[in-house]
Design a protein around this ligand. Structure first.
Ligand SMILES: Cc1ncc(COP(=O)(O)O)c(C=O)c1O
Length: 404
């Protein structure tokens, strides 16, 4: 034991990530429960009419209404703040509510937004279809080309939005370089960090202003509930985001917030183990004759392997690959799997496989899909916690159809 640990009393922010994930944000009620309590209530009561009036004037610290804030949600938000190293956060009912809130709370007619074409279908829908309806101009680019960011960002650019790695092509965007370009014109940088998770990548440390998550994915990680979270500075969250969320109402259920708190307790262990499995599976697929191409940010043959190593701790829990064959051949591979489930979800303890072009990205135009390499033979595998040898056996059997 060092002198330091003998004499200093640590605050929550000083703990290492694993400790923050288990303990961060916990506030016990008067009943001294071990696990966090679920405050499954919509409203709160006041001791007096004066106290109620004071609460609405912002003079008292207490809770008012669960659409505004709720103690179980506050515990989840605080744990996320500690993990991400953000100043403030707000939880939302889903990942898409987080993406929508991060954008719509700050944009106005005449603003300009830059984003890569390589986006999850619903994120692309908000940017390409909804924002222009409100007079926001958009520019969609190849986000892996920094010159395209340099050319697209202009004085009226209010924010840039991107996922890295992207869904499902696992393209890597340079968070530090894009942030530097955006900040020159005062634009806010929003990173959808779903694929990297807060364990593998810290966008705020790399220069981003706002991080959004679909907590539905790795944060729950056990296929139980939807949720989302937005993290940023105190100023952005309190002055811009909170009023938008309070008045539009995409509030997370307290029960789901509690489920996500339980999910966070095991997040680091799950992500590390899922990455162990994903690395082995990527190598297995890379050597398999039934596979045309494997895309995994942790492999040296990823087109942006050096950038991935620079900004991510590991290669992620997702592996995308192209089967040797047409759409029917790819469906045949999916239909021969007996352990890995066909699903559009990801980040789960159970391994899940997706055919993006006919499911998650079916609303994306054929031309964009072609540009992004989302072909009829591409599969996105979200690697779970099963024994990796069982997963490899399942994939090997399914792919043996392609060897014939
Ligand atoms: C990158 C990305 N962002 C956002 C979302 C939306 O999250 P949710 O389904 O929780 O609304 C998803 C998945 O659905 C996603 O993959």
């Amino acid at each position: 034991m060092t002198k330091d640990t003998e004499t200093s009393r640590k605050s929550a922010a000083d703990y290492r990530p694993a400790t923050k994930l288990v303990r961060g944000g916990t506030k016990r009620s008067q009943f001294h429960e071990t696990s966090e309590a679920i405050f499954m209530n919509s409203g709160f009561v006041y001791d007096s009419a004066e106290q109620a009036a004071g609460s609405f004037k912002g003079e008292n610290a207490g809770y008012i209404y669960s659409r505004y804030a709720n103690p179980t949600l506050s515990m989840f938000e605080e744990r996320m703040i500690l993990l991400e190293g953000a100043e403030a956060a707000r939880a939302t009912a889903s990942g898409m509510a987080a993406v929508n809130g991060a954008l719509m709370s700050q944009l106005k007619a005449g603003d300009h937004v830059v984003a890569p074409k390589a986006l999850f279908g619903s994120c692309l829908y908000i940017i390409e279809t909804i924002l222009p309806r409100f007079g926001v101009n958009i520019t969609l680019i190849d986000g892996t080309d920094i010159d395209q960011w340099r050319n697209a960002i202009r004085p009226e650019t209010a924010c840039v939005f991107f996922e890295t790695p992207s869904n499902p092509a696992l393209e890597i965007m340079d968070i530090a370089a894009i942030s530097e370009l955006a900040h020159k014109v005062g634009a806010k940088v929003i990173v959808d960090n779903v694929f990297a998770t807060p364990i593998l990548q810290k966008p705020l440390e790399l220069g981003a202003d706002i991080v959004v998550y679909s907590a539905t994915k790795h944060i729950d990680g056990q296929g139980r509930c939807l949720g989302g979270v937005i993290l940023s500075t105190e100023e952005f969250v309190e002055d811009t985001l909170a009023p938008y969320l309070k008045h539009t109402g995409p509030a997370l259920s307290p029960f789901n917030a509690w489920t996500l708190l339980k999910g966070l307790e095991t997040l680091e262990m799950r992500v590390e183990r899922q990455c162990d499995n994903a690395e082995k599976i990527a190598d297995f697929l890379g050597d398999h004759p039934g596979v045309k191409r494997v895309v995994y940010p942790g492999r040296d043959d990823h087109p942006q392997a050096a950038l991935a190593r620079k900004q991510m701790a590991r290669g992620s829990t997702l592996v995308s690959f192209e089967v040797n064959g047409d759409q029917q051949g790819t469906f045949d591979v999916l239909n021969r799997l007996s352990l890995i489930d066909i699903s559009n979800n990801l980040g789960d303890a159970k391994s899940l496989v997706t055919h993006p072009t006919t499911t998650t990205h079916s609303s994306v135009s054929d031309a964009t899909k072609e540009e992004l390499g989302i072909t009829e033979s591409m599969l996105r595998l979200s690697v779970g916690l099963e024994d990796v040898d069982d997963l490899i056996d399942d994939l090997g059997y399914a792919l043996s159809a392609q060897n014939r």
